[in-house]
Ligand binder design. Structure first.
Ligand SMILES: [Zn+2]
Length: 118
């Protein structure tokens, strides 16, 4: 039942159906990463950062840019805003194990690292 989900070049649609089949399990969306909550209990999984639109223009601009950079790093061609809610990125893609704060935009953990860079 789980074997197809390990094919990391699946489009988001197929990948999401696959994670639904796995019920509560969360899969990391980064290509080349097979971490998931059921097996990898030591990992943390993070949602894509939201665009913050009610805290002024600077916050809106910065949060929009961060979300776009996360999507670019995940590199799934069929990724769109509707599918964002299903996306998680695991702690392996952050130098310090979790994303940096929004205003800490020079921190290497502001966006996840793709596995080829690690
Ligand atoms: Zn991962």
């Amino acid at each position: 039942m789980t074997s197809n989900c390990r094919i990391r070049h699946l489009g988001v649609q197929a990948w999401f159906k696959c994670s639904l089949a796995l019920e509560n399990m969360v899969l990391c969306a980064m290509i080349g990463c097979s971490n998931r909550t059921e097996r990898d209990k030591g990992k943390r999984f993070f949602r894509l950062p939201a665009v913050i639109s009610h805290q002024g223009d600077q916050t809106h601009e910065l949060s929009t840019r961060r979300q776009r950079e996360w999507m670019a790093t995940i590199k799934r061609k069929d990724l769109n805003l509707e599918k964002l809610q299903y996306i998680r990125v695991c702690s392996d893609h952050f130098v310090h194990g979790s994303p940096a704060k929004l205003y800490d935009s020079t921190n290497p953990d502001w966006v996840p690292l793709s596995l080829n860079w690690l």
